[in-house]
Design a protein around this ligand. Structure first.
Ligand SMILES: CC(C)(COP(=O)(O)OP(=O)(O)OC[C@H]1O[C@@H](n2cnc3c(N)ncnc32)[C@H](O)[C@@H]1OP(=O)(O)O)[C@@H](O)C(=O)NCCC(=O)NCCS
Length: 296
């Protein structure tokens, strides 16, 4: 299916993730008209000739991640005569706005981003976002999985090598069974060293590579360019190749309390209320909030 995405407001990041996640089988173009919402406040203020410049007779579906008005729909139909309709993401997003307009981004993401059941080897938690996440696996039946928690920020080009090991002790590392199949070779040449488990609230920098069998604990940070071959305990910052421990993210005596709080599992109402504490170093107050409102 040929798809065009017209994007000029704050939902751009969500849509980008959504598409990568859902792996919409599409050829065609994604036009990020503008990635900085403040520069183009509304679709209507985008020059029509710029949109028509991208006219595409073949396009069958348009996703508008912006406000939908009669004018904008008219423009899209003119530019893409074959499309059957306009997928109105912003409108849907508006339905999830809280009364005071906070956090549409988070709320929408849960609604729209669901792991595809036909990809049983990748599971991704709510709100986790990424940019060119690559989970490579020769084993796709779900017997090895890459499980990623909630609220992770996976930096550009994070790669998980889930089942991509060749046999280094055989006479050859060349995978004859896959490249020249039909010889009835008994054992598969590519294998996995085990599941990859990435916890909640994990941040990976750009170009991180995670090898099979690795578990990254909740709250970890993995520095840019790291090749991770060993598991990392919760709330640890590691970087380099081989990865070394740089520090912990929060003071050691707080790690157990953060693991106890599991803020990523809180109901959204409490989470939103506690955000000013969460996005700060007010650990004590956050913990008090938890004891008062979450802990029974
Ligand atoms: C890992 C990271 C978060 C560490 O930040 P930090 O806690 O402030 O650490 P510092 O800068 O004080 O560095 C501590 C040590 O680790 C080393 N180090 C830091 N990042 C490193 C990396 N990515 N690879 C190798 N070594 C690294 C530093 O050289 C320093 O070494 P030293 O103690 O021998 O002098 C940061 O360096 C990083 O890699 N950020 C990722 C940014 C990114 O990729 N963003 C993409 C968009 S999400």
């Amino acid at each position: 299916m040929k798809v065009v995405i017209l994007l000029n407001n704050k939902y751009w990041k969500m849509v980008k993730t959504l598409l990568e996640y859902s792996r919409v089988p599409m050829q065609g173009t994604i036009y990020y008209f503008d990635q900085e919402p403040e520069k183009v406040p509304s679709f209507n203020s985008y020059p029509i000739d710029k949109i028509v410049e991208h006219q595409n007779e073949e396009c069958e579906m348009a996703i508008l991640a912006t406000e939908i008005t009669e004018q904008s729909v008219r423009v899209v139909f003119a530019a893409y005569p074959k499309i059957g309709g306009v997928y109105d993401l912003a409108q849907a997003a508006a339905e999830f706005l809280t009364d005071d307009g906070r956090l549409p981004y988070l709320k929408v993401r849960t609604e729209f981003i669901n792991p595809r059941p036909d990809l049983p080897y990748v599971q991704i938690g709510d709100f986790t976002y990424f940019d060119h996440l690559n989970v490579m696996s020769e084993v796709v039946d779900g017997s090895v999985v890459c499980k990623i928690g909630k609220f992770c920020s996976l930096g550009p080009d994070t790669t998980v090598l889930l089942a991509e090991e060749h046999r280094t002790t055989w006479g050859t590392t060349f995978p004859f069974d896959e490249i020249t199949p039909g010889y009835g070779l008994p054992e598969r040449s590519t294998f996995s060293k085990g599941d990859v488990i990435i916890g909640n609230d994990v941040w990976t920098g750009k170009n991180v590579t995670i090898l099979s069998g690795v578990t990254i604990g909740d709250g970890c940070v993995i520095g840019a360019g790291t090749v991770l071959s060993k598991s990392v305990p919760p709330y640890t910052i590691v970087a380099g190749n081989p990865a070394v421990n740089i520090s912990t993210r929060i003071p050691d005596d707080w790690i157990s309390r953060f693991l106890e709080m599991k803020w990523w599992d809180w109901d959204y109402e409490n989470l939103y209320k506690a955000l000013p504490l969460l996005q700060s170093q007010q650990y004590e107050q956050l913990y008090e909030y938890y004891k008062k409102h979450i802990f029974d």
